[in-house]
Design a protein around this ligand. Structure first.
Ligand SMILES: N[C@@H](CCC[C@H](N)C(=O)O)C(=O)O
Length: 284
């Protein structure tokens, strides 16, 4: 089967975007892994599939698949690319779009300067929302905000949990470059306390409103940026009192801007969305 695709990225978090609004088709997890494969396929952290929404519920349905072929709930950088994709392909004339994801409807806005603002929904710090089963793990509170620890190489590593629709752990570090993202990331991603696995973010506050961030993504490994990982890390850092809104984050693939006014409010994410090329590929 030959399919048309668009390669895009948001701060270096890269995507294969598929238009299934006119002709629906479905791909097996093996075919999705092939598309994401950087040696034998196109290469991507996630595959984004645009579908029509049910009448009245949203403008589009937007599905997200990790490079390992698993379908997931939410993707912040992908959401920005999705907006640019539907607008540039003439699938809509709207610049404010509502998109239905696995976890509900998110609101997006294409700005005049080409940047995209996404309302990513309210963060939840409830363990059950990830899900996270903390039984047996050491715990503590900082300013009334709960943290837990895993033992890694003989040391306790303290972390917080946050759901942005998808599950996140955030670890505050004082040196982002030496943070063991590639070792501790997969260790926590696959820890039995997280039955649906988890994304693992590291954040190094620089000033009250600025931080460095790296994220080990569930089902994709370390990416150059993770939008929901940045949202979770920002909201967690605000709760811990180490950062204040608004926050500028530096990621290996570029900068993102975030704002969160506290409990019950949506996290706002701003950043770039770039089209790299359009092409087609024979999928085995
Ligand atoms: N890159 C994304 C998140 C994609 C999904 C994530 N790996 C998960 O498994 O939840 C983003 O920009 O948010």
């Amino acid at each position: 089967m030959k399919i048309k695709f668009t390669k895009m990225h948001g701060a270096g978090n890269d995507f294969v975007v598929l238009d299934c609004t006119r002709e629906p088709f479905s791909l097996t997890p093996q075919q999705l892994r092939f598309l994401a494969d950087r040696h034998f396929g196109i290469g991507a952290d996630q595959i984004l599939v645009v579908e029509p929404a049910e009448a009245g519920e949203a403008d589009f349905k937007y599905r997200i698949f990790n490079a390992d072929g698993g379908e997931v709930e939410q993707c912040g950088n992908g959401a920005r690319c999705f907006v640019k994709f539907v607008y540039n392909k003439g699938l809509t004339e709207k610049k404010r779009i509502r998109a239905k994801t696995m976890k509900g409807v998110i609101e997006l806005e294409l700005k005049e300067d080409g940047m995209v603002r996404v309302s990513m929904g309210t963060p939840s710090f409830e363990p059950s929302s990830l899900p996270f089963n903390p039984q047996g793990l050491p715990s503590r509170e900082i300013r009334g905000f709960k943290q837990w620890a895993v033992r890694y190489k003989g040391e306790l590593v303290w972390f917080s949990v946050c759901s942005m629709g998808n599950p996140h752990v955030t670890i505050v570090t004082d040196d982002i470059e030496s943070a063991p993202v590639k070792e501790l990331g997969p260790f926590i991603e696959n820890h039995p306390a997280f039955p649906r696995r988890v994304n693992v973010g590291f954040i190094q506050p620089i000033t009250e409103h600025e931080a460095n961030v790296r994220v080990w993504e569930r089902g994709a490994g370390e990416t150059l940026a993770c939008g929901t990982g940045n949202c979770a890390a920002a909201a967690t850092s605000i709760e811990l009192g180490v950062l204040s809104s608004p926050i500028l984050t530096h990621n290996r693939g570029g900068d993102l801007r975030l704002a969160w006014e506290g409990e019950g409010e949506d996290v706002e994410l701003f950043g770039p969305a770039v089209t790299v090329f359009d092409s087609e590929i024979e999928v085995p």
